[in-house]
Write a protein that binds this ligand. Structure first.
Ligand SMILES: *[C@@H]1O[C@H](CO)[C@@H](O)[C@H](O)[C@H]1NC(C)=O
Ligand SMILES: *[C@@H]1O[C@H](CO)[C@@H](O)[C@H](O)[C@H]1NC(C)=O
Ligand SMILES: *[C@@H]1O[C@H](CO)[C@@H](O)[C@H](O)[C@H]1NC(C)=O
Ligand SMILES: CC(=O)N[C@H]1CO[C@H](CO)[C@@H](O)[C@@H]1O
Length: 522
């Protein structure tokens, strides 16, 4: 560490273009010993294929049972650790949020394999069974008592890897966990149903059992706490947050669909789900302050805007848009069409544009690539460096997420053969990809490029190229065997923060998955 800091300092002082440094990044101490060839940085397409597999294997390295490196005494089967790092920093825990999002990648991969990768199915089911247990574990957020309607314990954000409660001061509750878990399990239930299967784990008696015993408590949690404050996904601020609200809304939508399939005995629940869905949606759109008159972008945590502490720009916004929508096929697209703020909504696009505009200059390593994507961090005011608070840095999760957004946009336009409709609010975003000057001079009018027109095709191709330029940045900052930590230093490009962060691997894997889908229809 000290040597590295000294080098960084020297390079900064000399003002040398330090972005070359990551090419020499050395091996992480958690090297699993498996054969680990050097990645091919010279050929982008070769690297993409390598990195997709490398990322997936490193996800599995961090899940008990399926991992070749973890001991199931420390990390039981199906437990997802956030990172193998036990000191500086200690992320050797299971978080409800990180685990739900990571397991979601496994569910997508299982579905992509047409339900043939059965070791993934059994890992997913162990995760679900573990969560049955975690839901019922007393903890500092509270407990679960269905009889008395006490669901408070489900707001507990993290547990020890060995499935025991974490009894230290922490940012709790975190009210996004139950919704993220419910949605991940819903996607798995739908996959089981599609393939006409029932769960095989001994605790999980049937799909109905999973819905009644595990998803329903999470839905009840949201019904009770959707309008209560909690800590955000970065675990720093106790307030109301866009990411939390929008992913809760998605979970309520999932709950309504599951209710139709697995429940008909609880009309009171249906009415509450239905009414709360409408209330939460109204809250998000009309009351929360996530959108503000005069601001073109989403305000992730409005209370911090009002106190002048933050601009509201935050990568959590992109993660919220991604994880609350599904658009693989028409059925899913229609089901979630009613959830606001999908990837092509103007506030989301303007958050993206404003984050890029800020971080292009905030992070010195970005200065050397004019016209390209930039390495993105969590939010402009961030000062967490992965160990302590000094200065914020770019994160893999943020950078991969915006690329995934762009690929989803390309997919949506081309797969559904939609016309490209550019609203007045989104003009500035699209100006980066097509000359709009020759078009309609009346700034109040929408501009429409019909599906298949030269302009439509140019925008599609340019969006995909722009997405690739974010992936190129990731390519330059992973280590020689494709490993990813949490962050990379804004001056030197060296990785820092928790090593082998599971969420970093999950987000790059999701992104490359959507890239393939987008290119198939382009
Ligand atoms: C929160 O919503 C519930 C209904 O879901 C309502 O009964 C309660 O009054 C609301 N609380 C606040 C503080 O708005
Ligand atoms: C809620 O119930 C009303 C009336 O039954 C129905 O029209 C509406 O579509 C339902 N909303 C949802 C989200 O299911
Ligand atoms: C927002 O408020 C307007 C005006 O009251 C209302 O018509 C609209 O339905 C609300 N939006 C949502 C999503 O509830
Ligand atoms: C095991 C454990 O930590 N239990 C605690 C859970 O939270 C309740 C109240 O929130 C405490 O009273 C328990 O001691």
């Amino acid at each position: 560490m000290q040597i590295k800091s000294a080098i960084i300092l020297t390079w900064m002082v000399l003002g040398i273009q330090a972005f070359l440094l990551p090419l020499f990044y050395s091996q992480s101490p958690f090297f699993s010993g498996k054969s680990s060839e050097r990645i091919e940085r010279e050929d982008f397409n070769v690297w993409l294929n390598q990195q997709k597999d490398i990322a997936f294997n490193h996800i599995l390295d961090n899940i008990g049972g399926i991992s070749p490196v973890l001991n199931t005494k420390d990390v039981p089967v199906g437990v997802v650790i956030a990172s193998p790092s036990k000191v500086h920093p200690n992320y050797f825990y299971q978080w409800i949020r990180d685990s739900a999002l990571t397991i979601r990648s496994l569910v997508y991969r299982l579905e992509d394999s047409d339900f043939t990768e059965l070791n993934l199915a059994s890992t997913i089911e162990s995760y679900i069974a573990n969560n049955y247990h975690l839901q019922r574990l007393d903890n500092w957020s509270g407990k679960l008592n269905v009889a008395t309607g006490d669901y408070s314990g489900l707001g507990e954000p993290k547990f020890h890897a060995d499935l025991t409660a974490f009894k230290e001061v922490w940012g709790r509750p975190q009210t996004d966990g139950p919704g993220l878990r419910a949605t991940t399990i819903t996607i798995y239930l739908n996959s089981l149903e599609k393939h006409n299967r029932q769960p095989e784990h001994e605790l999980l008696l049937s799909r109905e059992f999973i819905y009644h015993e595990i998803v329903k408590p999470d839905l009840h949690y949201i019904l009770q706490y959707w309008n209560s404050s909690g800590f955000d996904l970065w675990e720093e601020v106790n307030s109301m947050h866009f990411f939390t609200s929008i992913t809760q809304l998605r979970a309520l939508k999932d709950g309504l669909a599951l209710y139709e399939k697995y429940d008909n005995k609880d009309p009171e629940l249906f009415e509450k789900l239905n009414a709360t869905y409408e209330n939460l949606k109204n809250y998000i759109v009309n009351e929360s302050g996530y959108t503000q008159p005069g601001l073109p972008y989403i305000v992730e945590t409005p209370s911090l805007l009002y106190t002048g502490k933050r601009s509201g720009l935050d990568a959590a916004t992109f993660l919220g848009a991604l994880h609350s929508h599904s658009l693989e096929n028409k059925e899913l697209l229609d089901l979630y069409a009613d959830i606001p703020f999908d990837v092509s909504e103007s506030h989301i696009l303007n958050s993206f544009r404003a984050m890029v505009a800020d971080m292009k200059y905030r992070y010195p390593l970005n200065r050397y690539r004019p016209g390209w994507g930039v390495a993105l961090g969590r939010y402009p005011e961030d000062i967490y460096d992965g160990y302590v608070t000094t200065e914020g840095n770019p994160w893999f999760i943020s950078t991969a997420s915006v690329a995934e957004m762009l690929f989803r946009m390309v997919y949506k336009l081309n797969y559904y053969k939609e016309d490209l409709v550019i609203s007045k609010e989104a003009r500035d975003f699209y100006k980066q990809f097509i000359d709009l000057v020759g078009g309609d001079d009346n700034e109040d009018n929408e501009i429409i490029f019909p599906y298949g027109s030269p302009e439509f095709n140019a925008v599609s191709a340019n969006l995909a190229d722009y997405a690739d330029s974010f992936l190129e940045i990731i390519k330059d900052h992973v280590d020689d065997s494709g490993r990813m930590s949490e962050q990379f230093n804004k001056y030197s490009g060296y990785m820092q923060g928790a090593e082998d962060l599971t969420w970093s691997y999950s987000s790059i894997w999701n992104c490359i998955r959507w890239r393939s889908k987008a290119l198939e229809v382009l």
